[in-house]
Design a protein around this ligand. Structure first.
Ligand code: ZN
Ligand code: ZN
Length: 151
């Protein structure tokens, strides 16, 4: 049985199933061009989790892709249906960014980044969580999450 704070997700065909065993650190939408290409849509939503909290079953393939930081990202896909499940930014070791919409229950983004590249027909009602590019993590993330990544 799933514990209350655990979150479950899977790929499109069910080959890959995963569990997030503790509260995620942060959830954000990114409207940059790289994320548009990678989703084939207008933005991606990523839920950041600590590596040890993430348990995955089923075979995944990975590929290293370039990022704006120049450090790159490793993206992980279901080997059967190709659904992109999570990625690991080389700039943030020890953490995974899970594709939020592969979760059973979606999470509302706590921030929207690269809003300067947002498609003009998308209206974000909460302007206070919109950022032209990136934000200052120390000001935006919950204190609890900041403390957890310092460990
Ligand atoms: Zn699959
Ligand atoms: Zn992006």
């Amino acid at each position: 049985m799933t514990k209350k704070k655990e979150l479950k997700g899977k790929c499109g065909c069910g080959n890959v199933k995963y569990l997030i065993k503790d509260k995620p650190l942060f959830t954000q939408a990114c409207h940059c061009k790289d994320c548009k290409v990678s989703t084939g849509s207008s933005f991606v939503i990523h839920t950041m989790v600590i590596e040890e909290d993430f348990e995955i079953k089923g075979d995944v393939a990975s590929i290293e892709l370039p990022t704006g930081s120049g450090k790159g990202v490793n993206a992980y896909f279901c080997i059967i249906c190709g659904v992109y499940i999570f990625c690991k930014y080389n700039i943030s070791p020890g953490r995974f960014a899970v594709r939020t919409q592969t979760l059973e229950k979606s999470i509302i983004p706590q921030a929207h980044i690269f809003v300067k590249d947002k498609d003009p027909w998308i209206e974000i009602s909460n302007k206070s969580i919109c950022f032209d590019k990136f934000y200052d993590r120390d000001k935006i993330w919950p204190k609890e999450s900041l403390e957890r990544i310092k460990k």
